[in-house]
Write a new protein. Structure first.
Length: 283
């Protein structure tokens, strides 16, 4: 999946006419591929959904969805020509900053929705609901996402822990067992400390859920369940704003999905914790 575009290009002369039209269309629209459904692709190329699926399988993918993810991953790996401070300029007033950051945040959320697999989310939610305990780990800005997640789990009365110190987290990883879950958060999927903790957790039988940028990065490959966020660092990268927003969005999706699946008990627990906190504040 390292460069699906080059793979399709190399296959052109071996494809049947209908498959070739699909491949050429994809190559012309790689930058927009996240917004092109299989139905639209078939319609625009005057072929069929079956033809699109056949092309994806000939390229070594299970289907169009996996091919699309591969194309997104390859696109994300290409250095951006606008890799500079185009999200902030000298002399911007507050209204401009509000508009710019709001537009960028909205794009982060929408793009992440396109690459986030509902099937993988379902698997992650099942593992989290069945977990004896859940550990969250991230380094740098990802550590704030991990702390936010742990706070949400506490509100649901679910045993969880989070540490920002890699050594302490590595030690805690030793204590994870089958039936426990580690949620490893790393935008790049290459953070050394996060990879070490994930490897330790897997060694002791825990389920590892990764949250990384789209693509087959080392953490995604190691994880039992991989959740992708969009590659957002080109524009809102100062202070990791884009990656943090996207990762937090995935945590919120997991959190709300857990509540939905166990609605009655979850709502009662949330009401109880809300009441306790409110009473404490009044006191």
């Amino acid at each position: 999946m390292n460069n699906a575009g080059l793979l399709l290009q190399s296959m052109l002369n071996t494809l049947h006419p209908a498959e070739k039209r699909v491949a050429e269309y994809i190559l012309r629209h790689q930058q927009q591929i996240s917004q092109i459904s299989v139905q639209k692709l078939a319609e625009d190329t005057e072929t069929s959904v079956a033809t699109v699926a056949r092309l994806a399988q000939r390229a070594g993918f299970s289907g169009y969805r996996e091919l699309k993810f591969a194309l997104l991953a390859a696109t994300a790996a290409i250095p951006k020509k606008d890799d500079h401070f185009d999200d902030i300029r000298p002399g911007m007033d507050s209204a401009e900053v509000i508009r710019q950051l709001t537009r960028g945040a909205k794009q982060c959320i929408e793009d992440t929705a396109l690459v986030l697999s509902a099937e993988q989310v379902d698997r992650a939610v099942t593992a989290l609901l069945n977990a004896s305990k859940t550990a969250f780990f991230g380094v740098g800005s990802s550590s704030f996402v991990a702390m936010d997640a742990s706070f949400k789990w506490i509100r649901l009365n679910r045993w969880s822990f989070v540490y920002s110190d890699p050594q302490v987290m590595l030690l805690s990883g030793v204590l994870l067992q089958p039936g426990d879950v580690l949620v490893a958060i790393s935008y790049s999927g290459k953070t050394k400390e996060t990879l070490e903790v994930a490897a330790m957790a897997k060694e002791h039988g825990a389920t590892v859920i990764s949250i990384t940028q789209v693509g087959n990065n080392p953490l995604h490959q190691m994880a039992d369940i991989g959740l992708w966020v969009t590659a957002t660092e080109a524009g809102m990268k100062r202070g990791d704003i884009g990656s943090r927003l996207a990762q937090t969005h995935v945590i919120d999706i997991l959190y709300m999905s857990m509540i939905s699946r166990n609605f009655t008990d979850a709502v009662l627990q949330l009401e109880e914790t809300y009441t306790m906190v409110r009473q404490k504040r009044k006191g």
